[in-house]
Write a protein that binds this ligand. Sequence first.
Ligand code: ADX
Length: 606
Amino acid sequence: MEENKMKNKELVRLTTAGSVDDGKSTLIGRLLYECNAIYSDQLELLEKIRKKNGGEDLDFAFLLDGLSAEQEQGITIDVAYRYFSTDKRKYIIADVPGHEQYTRNMVTGASNAQVALILVDARKGLLRQSKRHLFIASLLGLQHVAIVINKMDLVDYSQAVYDKIKRDFVEFSIKLNISNLTFIPISALKGEMVTKSTGKMPWYKGWILLDYLENIQVVSERNLIDFRLPVQIILRPDQDHRYYAGLVESGVFRKGEEIMILPSRQKSIVKSIILGLNQVKEASAGQSIVFSLQDNIDISRGDIVVRQDNLPRIASRFEASLCWLDKRPLDLSRTYILKHTSKEIRCSLDVLRYRINTDNLHRKKAKTLHLNEIGRVIINTNEEILFDPYIQNKNLGNFILIDEISNNTVAAGVIIKDKKYANEDIASSVKKKGAILWLTGLSGSGKSTIANKVFDNLQTKGIDCEILDGDVIRQNLNNHLGFSKEDRLKNMEIAGFLANMLSKHGVVVIVALISPCKFKREEFKNKFDNFYEIYINASLAVCEQRDVKGLYKKVRQGEIVNFTGIDNVYEQPKTPDLEVKTDKLSVDEAVDKVTKFIKNKLKLFI
Ligand code: ADX
């Protein structure tokens, strides 16, 4: 009966974080003590210490500190887990050291916690470490964060002090993704507002810490929707039977259901599920099972069992937030081992997009990440991995990086799902396609300007693109060509040839060429895949008035002959795929029009 009661209690995982000396050990000791989780011999020891030191309060810090290896250094060095329970809930506290250099431990402690208690010394307020801890809590998507303002006894239980600290934290956390932020003023040493209140802070109308812990809603972290089961071991008890073992990372796995194996996409029906020693009808997130399938299909370690109508993403390039945990800084020229679910794959960190300054949340360009620094990276893996974004499914969205030589865990990361990431993904499908945007029009109509800006738009979305500009091609390849009809045709031929070659390899090529010959453009349209004729149209008068390069002036002075639109014909497109009237639109509008056009053609989300 007793045991049953224990079993049914809801489990709450807490992580604590704070700075050195803010009284974390005292708080945890106090919680354990008041929830009767301290042994009598430990209590006797505390009593002895109190008498020896002549203090009036038991010093719980001794209790915890005495247990770990930190006495000499005066700091706790590893994550230690403590347990206590109330009538209602069971608690596991990850006791995470406050020293900034141990961010690594905070990541470990917080990665499976539902609640973070961030301790603050009332006399010191919001410190760098608190900011870092808040940031990590938001990065790891913790459901609840409580700012526990300790040592209120040392500031005369002052409301003004509390208000100021609260204001500072709120201001800082606005930019963070933390849904539930709570503030609790306490004195761990005096036992005020930890499990009870003795009325020292009548102005405070919020939770007592323990009541807060007892009452917050802890939604199960388990994702029961997206069924994912990475295969860890393949068992062959005899020739005819094959069993597979693995942990149901998320979702529910049922006997008799059709499943799909990734990456091979083979399908089968679940024949049996064994949990412990029993055959069961279903297994859910968090359970390690053995199962068999109706068909004898080839499955390897690291394959993932899913349902066909709910697939994870498959990619060898993705964007992630990374917390660097090694003394040796990140080296972009090296490879690392990415450990994700049951797979270990070699990877390189392609791009360090930025580093986050956790003091002010600014993003900064950086060449590397040092110990405890956090940044946004793009990772390339040697093989495709199957994943979900972290916010959707923690288990399939997190990974660690291992140094192959030292075997150290050098970083912990979460795979991001955001707009940019989605574009990365789509960009790779565009890669297979490629396209030619052929901008034709008079000199001065705006072809190069538009080409450059559209290029920038596409490139920032991770799309491979290139510009072939008439001036540049002529300078580098075709400087033997002049402006006769014949030479212009040759010029077009060469540009068309290049564009087609590049686009076949998945590049979006933006050509900016007067290309006055209609039949040649038509020929390209028929010959090349994804060729789009875009007419950059401005009247001759407008082009001449702009005269960006001063050429029209020279023409009028007789210094240039055969000039398009003046003494050399420009054959307007009759049915261009797109017409952009640059004498009616602003540059931005024109660029927007072309960008939207290509976006639509290639189904991009820009
Ligand atoms: S095309 O007619 O052969 O397609 P292209 O786009 O490569 O022309 O080159 C045009 C550029 O060459 C113009 O932007 C201008 O700077 C320069 N240019 C020099 N002479 C002429 C000319 N007679 N006609 C047109 N452009 C000229």
